[in-house]
Design a binder for this molecule. Structure first.
Ligand code: NAP
Length: 483
């Protein structure tokens, strides 16, 4: 089945930070794939902007090299690449200086969608917003895309919201969290709200617990000093894991409409309980497998920043009272693997006396690798010899089930950028949502800092610190294997 491509309106998209790492690895390759799929109007233009002095042609050559490096070989069609590159322009601007802005203004066309992607360090988001406004570059149709991190605590997130609100309405601000652009994450909403099957049992009465895991194999080597200022809680939990938790826990919105969905997500965040220290395990990876440990990589032998965190989170509302959500994420783990696992309760009564094979139903939503869903169900083991039970997966790996080639499934960034052009904010975070997430996160981080808590070491290639296992064991549960 070939996925249906609905072209978007003609646009001018300015990528501030167009020469940066994110632009090279994700944004331009993603836009090229949308161009190749026929989703970009052929008159649309993308304007790279940064301080480096490039001509249009030099910038095109720079992006061509990025496409060769980051687009799958079988999607590299020289004629299409040339046609895509012809849509690119470049303007040198410095967010902190005046030069270049009038040229940028004159480069943009009237009567097409204008979008400005802030793919630069967060410290210059306010400068960009202010200069776009003071040079009269934005109009009521303009929209801005703001990269993460959105603040490092409630006060800084609130301050950033206030600055942006001076120049843009909330409907013009797209705070990006690329986890929300993943096919499976959106499918989670379809599975929950387009089927009658799950919703009646989607509650504490039937769900024992939920596990959300985002495992990475990479270390922070090369960007340790930067990472050390955030850590796993700020870098992953406050945004990505929180968004996943919200989509599982939220009530059905009245409509698949940006504010209806985001209203429900905010309610979940506000219902999150404070997390006591005994329900959190933090870790730092040790040296091993030929690489240094976290403390070497962050260049601070006394760092107390976590490269791993596991926590038990409780939601105080009617639906979830009594069903814990266990979250964990970390660097240098056994595998690069992200999944949500919904563990259902035992049937109230077993009719299969003495049957040992029973396991709980689990709905596994895999974000990577192999995006897809699995429902683990019990069946009779085939063959004679009495009633023996076994667990099998009802597998729904999208690429296999739908006959879609992996390359045809849009990457999260490209999907979200197309949503920006369409003016659809459903998969972007609203200002109050981000603030509510920090309001929950701040006291947890402040607690570690005031107590001087130190993370526990864990071996690279493992599934995290020993204490994280205990967090589950003491509740009579265990983590799913990271593989
Ligand atoms: P990067 O590689 O350091 O690139 C920064 C970009 O900003 C460069 O193009 C730089 O070009 C430009 N820039 C710096 N100062 C500027 C100024 N005063 N005025 C105008 N442009 C300026 O950073 P990145 O990794 O691409 O990250 C960009 C943003 O995305 C950050 O907010 C980051 O947190 C976020 N993000 C990145 C990733 C990733 O995988 N890289 C993932 C998630 C989120 P010049 O030096 O030529 O000006």
């Amino acid at each position: 089945m070939v996925s249906r491509v609905i072209p978007v309106d003609n646009f001018d998209l300015v990528i501030f930070g167009g020469t940066g790492d994110l632009a090279r690895r994700k944004i331009f390759p993603g836009l090229y794939r949308r161009f190749l799929a026929g989703q970009m109007n052929v008159d649309s233009r993308i304007i790279g902007a940064a301080r480096a002095k490039y001509s249009d042609d030099e910038f095109r050559a720079f992006i061509e090299a990025a496409l060769v490096e980051f687009v799958a070989k079988d999607r590299q069609d020289p004629a299409q690449i040339a046609a895509f590159l012809a849509r690119l322009h470049y303007v040198a601007v410095d967010a902190k200086e005046e030069g270049g802005w009038e040229l940028l203004k004159s480069t943009l066309r009237q009567n097409v969608v204008r979008a400005f992607y802030f793919s630069v360090a967060p410290s210059i988001f306010p400068d960009l917003a202010e200069r776009l406004h003071s040079h009269g570059i934005t109009d009521a149709w303009s929209r801005i895309v703001v990269e993460k991190p959105f603040g490092r605590d409630l006060a800084s997130a609130r301050a950033l919201n206030e600055v942006l609100a001076k120049y843009f309405t909330e409907a013009q601000i797209y705070r990006i969290d690329h986890y929300l652009g993943k096919e499976t994450v959106q499918n989670l909403m379809a599975v929950r709200f387009a089927n009658i099957l799950f919703e009646p049992i989607w509650k504490a009465q039937y769900i024992d617990h939920v596990q959300i895991t985002v495992g990475e194999t990479v270390s922070v080597n090369g960007r340790g000093a930067y990472y050390d200022k955030s850590g796993a809680m700020r870098d992953m939990v406050q945004n990505h894991l929180m968004q996943l938790l919200c989509l599982i826990a939220m009530e059905p919105p009245y409509h698949f409409d940006p504010d209806a969905v985001r209203d429900e997500k905010v309610k979940v965040i506000r219902a999150l309980q404070p997390v006591p220290p005994q329900n959190i395990v933090r870790g730092q990876y040790l040296a091993g497998n030929g690489e240094g440990g976290y403390l070497e990589h962050c260049e601070d032998a006394n760092s107390k920043t976590e490269s791993y965190i596991a926590m038990k989170v409780e939601i105080a509302n009617w639906r979830w009272k009594g069903t814990p959500f266990y979250l964990r994420t970390g660097k240098r783990l056994r595998a690069r693997s992200s999944e949500i696992a919904i563990h259902f309760k035992e049937p109230p009564h077993s009719i299969f006396d003495g049957e040992k094979g029973w396991k709980e139903n689990v709905l596994v939503i895999r974000l990577q690798p192999n995006e897809g869903m699995n429902l683990m169900v019990m069946i009779k083991e085939p063959g004679p010899g009495g009633m023996r039970l076994m667990q099998v997966p009802l597998d729904m790996t999208f690429a296999d089930a739908l006959g879609v080639e992996a390359e045809d499934v849009p990457d999260a960034y490209e999907r979200l950028i197309m949503d920006v052009i369409r003016g659809n904010q459903t998969l972007f975070m609203r200002g109050d949502e981000v603030e509510a997430a920090w309001a929950w996160t701040d006291p947890i981080i402040n607690g570690w800092e005031s107590r001087g808590d130190k993370p526990q070491g864990y071996d690279p290639g493992s599934s995290g610190p020993e204490d994280a296992l205990m967090l589950m064991h003491r509740d009579g549960r265990r983590w799913r294997e990271i593989k």
